[in-house]
Design a protein around this ligand. Sequence first.
Ligand code: TXA
Ligand code: MG
Length: 331
Amino acid sequence: MVIQSKEDGFNDAVQFLKRGGVVAAPTETVYGLAADACDSNAVSRIYAAKGRPQNNPLIIHVDGIDMAKKYAHFSPTAKKLARHFWAGPLTLVLPKVAGGDVACVAENVTAGLDTIAVRHPKGVMSALVSAVGSPLAAPSANPSGKVSATNARHIQADFGDGVDLILDGGQCDIGLESTIVKVDGDEVTLLRHGAITKEKIEAVMKVAVGERSPSGCDAGVDIIESPGQMRAHYAPDLPVRLNADKPEKNEAWLCLGRQEASYPNSLNLSAVGDLDEAAKNLFDMLRRLDKSGSQSGMDAIAVQSVPMEGVGVAINDRLNRAAHATGISKE
Ligand code: TXA
Ligand code: MG
């Protein structure tokens, strides 16, 4: 599989995408597996590469609100959100435009729903959209249910030749997938936590943001509101034990903040306890501990508690899903 820097590989990526290929490219959140959203065969290749259930729709990536409006209805509230937070890590789930250009978004992108998820990312993914001239469908670049990819090596490790090209843009800035909100008229409901917190949205919109509780999303049971938000997700191979004070003898250790003791197979999300730094490191460190821990015969990954403030809410969301998926819940 070919890896090229995002600068050197840009033109090749555009050619692959125009010809129905699948290209992995960085965004400010995580890497995405991109294909032309108007080409149903190309979109099918994404589902196949990820092993993703067909009823779990994809986000379309656009290069601005003008392109997004061709595919989604923007209420004044949705417009305000896009104007304030785009380009950036916020995905809007909006009513799908019937007919017109939407005929061009392949049916399998939205998995039969009458809504569509749209996002204007920062950086090279947005430049690819402009160069290809149509939206790009792009889920996170990981096998379905597994830990997301925040650098090019993660994708290389996960996908043999299932991807035509990987554009390497180094480590993603944020490290967690975008915040997703559903906007229905002036009603805003949070479907997935991310770096743009509920509080930040409420401060801008001056309205209370509802939240869809994850309790309805038991492993394997898809619900229509956010079909991919199953409780069991982001799973490493080793079980994950949350809110640990210290690791047991056979556990790898994922900690946060200043540590008094050092342990083998341990990594620190942020030695100064910075939650943005912790978010950026989370998936890479989970992957590294999973690998080193498995190789050295560890039974589990113990994780220290992460404060429920700011992006900490999204970090805890991902950790809870990882723990649920691997069968160990909170202490
Ligand atoms: O940061 C991100 O959002 C990354 C980068 C690559 O942009 N993408 C990403 O995509 O996380 P994915 O497919 O891994 O997660 C998208 C989530 C899934 O849970 C999916 O079910 C949900 O968005 N989704 C997509 N369309 C939807 C819709 N119409 N209604 C509700 N949920 C939707
Ligand atoms: Mg994903």
